[in-house]
Design a protein around this ligand. Sequence first.
Ligand code: NAP
Length: 475
Amino acid sequence: MANNDPKAKKPRQIDVLDPQDDSVIDQVPRHTAQEMHEAVGRAAHATERATRMPVHERMRVLRDAADYVENHRQDFVETIAREGVKTINEARSEVARAIWTLRLSADETRRIVGNTIAFDQRPGSENRFGYSRRIPVGVIGAITPFNDPLNLVCHKVGPAIAGGNTVIVKPHSATPLSALKLAEAFEYAGVEEGILQVITGDGSDAGDALVTDERVRMISFTGGRKTGTKIIQRGGLKKYGMELGSNSPTIVMDDADLEQAIPMIVGGAIAAAGQNCLHVQRLLLHESIYERARDMFAEAMSRIRYGDKRSEDTDMGPLIDRAAADRVEQGIREALDAGARCLTGGERDGNFLAPTVLENVPDTAEVAVEEVFGPVTCVSPFRDEDEAIARANAVDYGLQAGIFTSNVDTAFRIADALECGGVMINDSSDYRLDAMPFGGVKGSGIGREGVGYVLNEMTEPKVYCFNIRFPRGWT
Ligand code: NAP
């Protein structure tokens, strides 16, 4: 019988399951809080070596790690496709992006610069001359989610090392293998001991130890809003990067090219089976095209092939585990009970859920206001630009949004009024370039990732001010 006592001693190993059939594919250590504190000790000991690593050496390490991933591409692809929710094709694209993120980190290393400061702007400071340079933060704790188990780790490790920091990764317990493989890449690249560590373990134990350890100067977190809030409460005085969830809108105006728009929206609605922070959760359609666009969308969603992640023909994989599938199914049921209509989908088979399109969803339903994190999209009509903007902004999230229109003035006006970190025009909300600033407003987070931008967060300006003694008579 299963032991449901939360205080019961857990096994020393974590089983890593393939979410499509719950088979055990591997085991990783369940490191304890004590072991995490020891890891922080090793990282703190290595900070001086990390700081003193010259820029050319940081660049070499990052490039060599990227080369390793490229040379072992197939291994990485299979690891993501087995432990995670992505299809083999989605896994290929994540590995390509991860290689790029590491190379981008190498490139950005040489652009970490300070600035000269005009001290003579204040009367009495004419003799002062100085500048700032960016120094590392120190030990960074990187806590990562399951949905991009490699590239989102690269988004933290790459810039952390570029900035001269040491970094400890606490990967999601469902998908630790990709992060452990990445550690092999850095070992191959010759990164010195203690500069990068991947420590597996429970979020509430090893993760909490990382957050609360005072030697950790920054927590770079990507995950759910509740977890992020708890981390800030527990961690106290340190820096935080918070990349949280969303409930992204995509707006389709009456002048949009639907033949172009619908396939892109479908792509954004089913990527990683909707377990994607940029997932198209709310599709707002102008009332004059509502029925046509809705039917085209629902029909395209009904043709999505879901199932075996390793098949080249599969478009969409499973939910990460049974609890996630239960949660999403419950959200659909609650919306239907409150009067929503299911246009396609709604079926469940183990951890798989069919791509689901709902209409007439009450504004108060969980799937309308919270992040669904599954393959569910709510469609609704709007009268005019103002209503589209008001509806898009009516949630306490704001990561990204999409707008389809052929009128540049409309695009500009709506983009300007949307409360979010990025607006994709003639694209769904689900577009990201790893080099762009990426992050949200409201409940979607604090700060920005994107290699060059997070480097600003992972370093701090230090001012050097010279009070120059000029000889008498010097002008
Ligand atoms: P999650 O449940 O919040 O877990 C994220 C990480 O936090 C895991 O490594 C987890 O460890 C750890 N954790 C849990 N409790 C902790 C605690 N008390 N102290 C320290 N660490 C703790 O999130 P998820 O389900 O993996 O990811 C889904 C969420 O991530 C969604 O909301 C999604 O939108 C968001 N996301 C945001 C972005 C972005 O860039 N904005 C990108 C991707 C995903 P365990 O696994 O051991 O519990």
